[in-house]
Design a protein around this ligand. Structure first.
Ligand code: ZN
Length: 355
């Protein structure tokens, strides 16, 4: 992948003309996602084998947000019509998504993310199965319309390949709870795009590691105490300032029988992590790394044993590198495992019930 661009070169020329105030000049501008290496000379990099004839197994894509959009975009560009993504996400598009979701536009506002993504994929000749709901609902749903061979495997609790593009601890724990044979994830952190392979190695992190379930009960009780201590006018101001439905939440606080909507809104509020810096090209980078990780394994004919690991591209300094993520001894899923999970034994359909 050549990340050269006029903007990049103009930035470098600017730095060389005016001198560096901090940081360093960019040494490398060519990258191989086949070997995860970088160079200043494009021709020195290993060329990956051709993707012609490569077949993707059906897979579950959990999270149709920015990184999920980016992965779908890569599949569409590769003209991979035999792919069959099963799309799971319970969200709709709002204006805060549009700067990062590369396949969404203003006409998709308030539309289900999975339905929109399915329609974009269909435009490229790629069939998919969109499901608007969370993973627990998906597992328990009848999944009418799902391709028969895939439905049969899911019915047996067999998830061959699952891709995580979610950013909340609960969602990640639920995905790991499916015990998929092949689990990869894409994420962003500041200006870093990341992809992770979770192969079940004894010392390596699972997707549940470092992603504890949010403690909802206590946070909810604290927020309710704060709200009840306010006057009705103060409460109205606080709720509207935070973009919450003041009417339904007031009904809940007043003990109305119709207050379940208000309770759900409050619960969602306490579970939503604080806003974090995010920018579209980093999400796109994560989708590209994720696709490369999948294709690398497929091109090896699945003969190579999967190895857990993390690949990171840092847009801040142009570095591409691999690292390992150690297991979390407090992990609610893998902390009691002493051996790598045996894929042949992983046929249970249940999500993790921990937490
Ligand atoms: Zn774990």
């Amino acid at each position: 992948m050549d990340l050269s661009s006029p903007q990049r070169w103009s930035r470098e020329i600017f730095k060389r003309t005016w001198g560096l105030r901090r940081g360093r000049l960019l040494d490398n501008h060519a990258y191989s996602l086949w070997t995860n290496s970088m160079s200043s000379v494009w021709d020195e990099l290993d060329a990956a084998p051709s993707l012609d004839g490569l077949r993707l197994p059906p897979f579950v894509l959990v999270g149709a947000g920015a990184v999920g959009n980016s992965l779908a975009y890569v599949l569409m560009c590769l003209e991979h019509p035999d792919a069959y993504p099963v799309l799971v996400d319970d969200d709709v598009y709002d204006t805060s998504n549009l700067n990062r979701c590369c396949l969404a536009s203003h006409r998709d506002l308030e539309q289900e993310k999975t339905a929109v993504l399915a329609s974009r994929l269909a435009g490229a000749g790629i069939a998919s199965f969109p499901f608007s709901g969370d993973l627990k609902q998906f597992v328990n749903d009848a999944r009418i319309g799902l391709r028969a061979d895939v439905a049969e495997e899911f019915g047996d609790g067999l998830y061959r390949m699952v891709i995580s593009c979610v950013d909340r601890g609960d969602g990640r724990q639920d995905i790991q709870g499916l015990r998929p044979h092949w689990l990869v994830g894409g994420s962003t952190l500041d200006l870093q795009a990341k992809t992770n392979v979770y192969a079940g190695d004894v010392d390596a992190a699972c997707l549940g590691c470092h992603n504890p379930r949010e403690v909802k009960g206590e946070a909810m009780r604290v927020l309710e105490r704060q709200l009840r201590a306010m006057s009705q006018q103060e409460r109205f101001s606080f709720l509207t300032e935070h973009g919450l439905d003041a009417t339904s939440i007031e009904e809940y606080i007043q003990g109305s029988h119709c207050g379940h909507l208000g309770r759900a809104a409050l619960l969602d509020f306490v579970c939503t992590p604080p806003p974090q810096f995010s920018v579209g090209f980093v999400s796109l980078g994560s989708g590209v790394l994720l696709a490369a990780s999948i294709f690398r394994q497929l091109l090896s004919g699945m003969a190579l044993p999967q190895r857990s690991g993390m690949t990171t591209f840092n847009f801040l300094n142009g570095n591409l590198g691999e690292s390992a993520l150690a297991r979390d001894p407090q992990c609610q899923i893998c902390s009691n495992l002493t051996v790598s999970p045996d894929p042949s034994l992983q046929t249970d359909t249940g999500l993790t019930q921990v937490g």
